[in-house]
Write a protein that binds this ligand. Structure first.
Ligand SMILES: Nc1ncnc2c1ncn2[C@@H]1O[C@H](COP(=O)(O)OP(=O)(O)OP(=O)(O)O)[C@@H](O)[C@H]1O
Ligand SMILES: [Mg+2]
Length: 314
């Protein structure tokens, strides 16, 4: 388990990690989300003892990294896949790591197999493609067979096959009861991979909840309703305080009310309804809504919100 206790990091006057209090539990994949500059990598670096907290603590199994007797056997991490000596072969790189950490040499070939690098293990790491480099970094993280694993944007630059492989790997590690903490900006990928989410913005905790709950809390969860008297129904829904957007196909997308609210309003008005269905928000929508006020490096708005233009997005 990873535990953050009032974890804080300041660079000069800027607070980049701000009193984070949370636990990353074993047996599940926890996604770590937040806009660029939110403090995700800094948090992970503090867990690994690469940065010192300005206040508070980051603990692995109850102890700070510096107090771990066999760090690589307790926590493995992929933070920067380029942190490999380019002139060494993959196998030699892993052997050196194993030797200096008291890990048996046979473990090297095991992890090489696990990450699918058996054919390339004798090649110099400097000649590796991005995806092969990621795999080598993951092999190093797995070397000590640790209970806790952290991956900072592990699918960056990977092809679909590699993305799927990493997803399976992380799910498998969590299923073995390990703690898996992974940052990513790819919301659709997170939706497939994570069980639980931690969202930060400007160094502060915004959400710490199961993924289903993060989506459920979104105000963008909607109800789709179709009726031969759609205009009439829309009027009733708006008067009941709901927000209505018309689809091109004649359906209505309603927010601010449950299916029961919409069905009840239609029933009360004596209006026939041909379809009443949930329109669940995507993780991306829920995430953007959660972090809207925490984005530091925002691009100019490219697309106005669906509700404002009267167009419904699916
Ligand atoms: N060594 C440093 N000196 C000064 N500021 C730093 C240093 N390292 C990080 N920062 C600042 O800390 C903030 C958080 O950076 P961090 O890399 O943790 O964000 P992140 O959430 O990982 O972002 P990204 O999604 O872009 O990877 C940023 O504003 C960054 O500029
Ligand atoms: Mg980062």
């Amino acid at each position: 388990m990873i535990a953050l206790r009032g974890l804080t990091k300041r660079y000069g006057a800027k607070v980049v990690v701000d009193r984070l209090d949370m636990e990353v539990a074993p047996g599940r994949v926890t996604g770590f989300l937040g806009p660029n500059g939110a403090g995700k990598s800094t948090t992970m670096r503090m867990v690994l003892g690469l940065d010192h907290p300005s206040a508070g603590a980051a603990l692995i199994g109850g102890r700070p990294y510096a107090a771990l007797r066999h760090p690589m056997r307790e926590v493995g991490a992929l933070l920067d896949a380029r942190a490999v000596h380019p002139g060494r072969t993959a196998r030699n790189h892993l052997r050196a790591l194993a030797r200096s950490n008291g890990i048996p040499a046979r473990r090297v070939d095991e992890v090489i197999d696990t990450v699918g690098l058996a054919d390339a293990a004798g090649r110099r790491a400097g000649t590796f493609s991005l995806g092969m480099g990621q795999r080598l970094g993951i092999a190093a993280a797995l070397l000590g067979d640790p209970e806790v694993l952290m991956f900072d944007e592990p699918v960056n630059g990977l092809d679909p096959d590699g993305v799927r492989w990493i997803r399976g790997l992380m799910r498998g590690l969590a299923a073995e009861g390990r703690t898996v903490f992974v940052s990513s900006h790819l919301m659709s990928e997170m939706q497939h991979t994570a069980d639980h989410l931690v969202v930060i913005g400007r160094g502060r905790l915004i959400a710490d909840a199961p993924i289903g709950e993060v989506i459920r809390r979104s105000s963008l969860n909607a109800v789709r309703v179709r009726s031969p008297h759609a205009e009439d129904l829309a009027g009733h829904l708006v008067r009941a305080g709901m927000h209505v957007v018309r689809e091109d196909t004649g359906g209505l997308i309603v927010t601010g009310g449950t299916m029961a609210d919409v069905g009840g309003a239609a029933h009360a008005a004596g209006i026939r309804v041909d379809e009443l269905s949930p329109r669940t928000a995507s993780l991306e929508q829920a995430y953007l809504e959660l972090t809207a006020s925490s984005v530091e490096y925002a691009a100019p708005a490219a697309e106005p919100a669906a509700a404002a233009t009267g167009r419904a997005r699916r």
